[in-house]
Ligand binder design. Sequence first.
Ligand code: ATP
Length: 516
Amino acid sequence: MQEELFKRLVSHCKEYGFIYPSSEVYDGLGGVYDYGPMGAELKNNIKEYWWKAMVQMHENIVGLDSAIFMHPKIWKASGHVDAFNDPLVDNKDSKKRYRADVLIEGEIDKMNDKAEKEVAKAAKRFGESFDEKLFRETNPRVLEYTQKAADTEKRLATAMKNNDMADLKSLIEDLEIADPDTGSRNWTDVRQFNLMFSTQLGNISGEEGKLYLRPETAQGIFVNFNNVQRTSRQRIPFGIAQIGKAFRNEIIARQFIFRMREFEQMEMQFFVRPGTEMEWYNYWKAARMAWHKAVGPADKLRFKDHDNLAHYANAAVDVQFEFPFGFKELEGIHSRTDFDLGAHQELSGKKMQYFDPELNESYVPYVVETSVGCDRMFLSVLSNALVEETVPDAQGEDAKRTVLRIPAPLAPVKCAVLPLLRNKEELVDKARAVFNELKYDFLCQYDDKDAIGRRYRRQDAIGTPYCVTIDFETLENNTVTIRERDSMEQVRVPISDVSRIVGEKTDLRRLLENLK
Ligand code: ATP
């Protein structure tokens, strides 16, 4: 675990206005965070990237913005009232609460890590002549660790599928799992815990008026299927996309914004003819991976098939990202069959069908869903971007810099406008004039505090791709220097070219074109 990097990331987020703990003046609220000025910009840019890639770039995908509150029967039909549970276990000594499956998965990770360490050690020992494949297949220690990990994973999947809380408890005992904080092995039994938050409608008392805060945005899409299909005149296959808040009473909200109690999802339900769902499942797997790879490094992204399919799914895969605490789910892609539409049709008594003119028949469409957490995407972008580096040929305070290498189209501020000196009126006036023009094109910052080197560092730390500096030569010939964040190279260009240069590099189009 790159604990150092993670700690640095959390404090960087706070220091530069990306993320603050919620209600900090009252000592915070667990698992809830607020996005500061830079965070709000980055998050909006991520949402825009997703929305454009899904809705704008697909003629057969339309958007929706459904309400957070919905009729409580929706959650009965979807299975959330009865089955949206996590297995919970308490440590009797520390009084700390954990998710049993997460504790066990942690042990599996440790077993796999041990195997990887053996491989890395051998690679170092044997150098050039190392045959990794052969080593993995024959080394007894590697085989032991990987076998144990695979067996445990299988047993966990079976216990989860069968709701076998007793076996989860036995697994914790067999693996001798201890409380990560205190080392105690004194556990309670494992029991189910429903993750939905509930609240009450003002004018109706008791169970009748019980409402839930939606735990996913998808159900708002399903129950609007008929409305959207009719009004948008889409034909199958087509999709409905939505970005919105979701709420889950997570047992342990840890790892910063990775697991929150209030978070944002970007979900798309793609409605298809039954029997064609695997074709579309594979299409969306590839399309979503391309979307991630356009902004993240290929070696930090991978697919992980679900061992444990939900009752409604006939195929499911996670896109995992290598966060500072390991490879974890960033997005889920699920083939959900006709489960949701079918369940709403049954409970509501209203038809949830599509008349297929080509087949001349009506059916309940099948659904392939893509569901990515906006906050997890934010964390993946930032954890990949934060770099501390030595600056060549610089000395003293300037010899080190912290830079956020955020892909330019996602960067919160696109361009900073800086007069070389703050106390020269001509420079300040000229810089203000440049800023006042550029602000129509993208989010810019004007800054004349401190020495120019410091100002560059401040922009590096928030990931601004370009700094435009107004100096004495500007006053003579209307040229400025543009400094590029990653290379720190400066070129002199006419003021009239700045908008085009910055615009070309920071336009979302650069990312969207990669998705073809
Ligand atoms: P996990 O196994 O990590 O709890 P999940 O499989 O329950 O996640 P889904 O129900 O598939 O997650 O939700 C889709 C996406 O929503 C996830 O891939 C993730 O990016 C995001 N997400 C889910 N729960 C949270 C949360 N508590 N905080 C932040 N993002 C979340």
